[in-house]
Design a protein around this ligand. Structure first.
Ligand code: PDD
Length: 287
């Protein structure tokens, strides 16, 4: 079965899916996106993702491309038409197509919307989680509004490519004070030497991750010792455990930061426990 994408009102074969060359997403990165996990045929935490999409659109003054229930239907329909049981669904909204000009286009320009979905092998993810991933540290290179989930990801692309070229999966940004902000496409966590789970507050410097929010719910439910505060690169390197969270990776243990082995070099027990419990704290929407 060929893959299907939703583009501006139509379900089209993935190989033919296209937007106009003067789409503002293409020319100015003038758009926003969401990635939701699909797990056992269900879209995970869709309401929270759509809420965040709404916030990103509002912050950038981009109109909704369609009514919210219609968008939720399209998301489920793209997953269904692609027969994705486990994987991700991607939603992108841009300010639309207009003659290239930095100013916002006139009010009759409608936003562009694209929804795609793809399968990912959950066994591969489990295999990666069994061994953990390595990260590099990388100086913050992004604009301050990282709370908006915009498609302007060139800084993240450069950071993650640097990680890849050093045999790592992720780059952990650090700010001018040496504090870890987040990963290029994930939120960052450690378990301190004293066994306290720590993640940076979402007030500044990071995207308010949906996976992060689910993990915070779990932490409370399970009574895990926790502090929401910034942590430095040095503290992370001496931590007992580290991990990242995102809809695409869920809770993924980190076993090396630059040249420093984290803990005993194996995924930590807190990370593995949170990973195992993750779906007990999510909201599902069956496709
Ligand atoms: N990235 N921080 C950044 C910079 C991200 O891009 C992401 C998600 C996260 C985690 O957010 P969430 O838990 O809501 O997925 C944090 C997605 C998965 C991506 O760009 O592919």
């Amino acid at each position: 079965m060929s893959r299907i994408a939703y583009v501006n009102g139509q379900y089209v074969p993935h190989k033919d899916a296209a937007v106009h060359v003067e789409d503002r997403g293409y020319q100015f990165a003038d758009g926003v996106y969401e990635v939701c996990e699909v797990w056992q045929g269900k879209v995970v935490d869709m309401p929270r993702h759509v809420d965040r999409l709404d916030r990103s659109l509002t912050e950038l003054r981009i109109d909704w491309p369609m009514a919210r229930p219609a968008l939720e239907f399209v998301i489920r329909e793209v997953v269904r038409r692609n027969r994705v049981r486990d994987g991700i669904v991607y939603i992108q909204v841009t300010r639309g197509v207009a003659k290239r000009d930095h100013y916002f286009p006139s009010g009759d320009v409608v936003p562009s919307i694209v929804v795609t979905a793809r399968t990912a092998d959950p066994r591969l993810a489990e295999k990666t989680a069994d061994t953990g991933i390595s990260v590099i540290t990388y100086p913050e290179n992004r604009w301050p509004r990282v709370d908006i989930k915009t498609v302007a990801l060139l800084p993240n692309v450069l950071a993650k490519q640097a990680a890849k070229e050093q045999g790592c999966k992720e780059a952990w940004y650090f700010d001018a004070d040496g504090f870890v902000t987040e990963g290029g496409s994930t939120n960052a966590w450690i378990v301190s030497k004293d066994g306290v789970l720590i993640t940076r507050p979402a007030e500044s410097g990071i995207l308010r991750g949906i996976t992060r929010a689910v993990v915070l719910d779990l932490v409370e439910r399970e009574g895990i010792s926790f502090e929401e505060r910034p942590f430095s690169v040095d503290e992370a390197k001496e931590a007992r455990e580290a991990f990242v969270t995102a809809a695409s990776t869920l809770v993924m243990p980190v076993v090396r930061i630059d040249d420093s082995v984290v803990g005993n070099g194996h995924p930590g027990s807190v990370a593995l426990r949170l990973r195992a419990l993750f779906h007990t704290a999510t909201d599902f929407m069956a496709v």
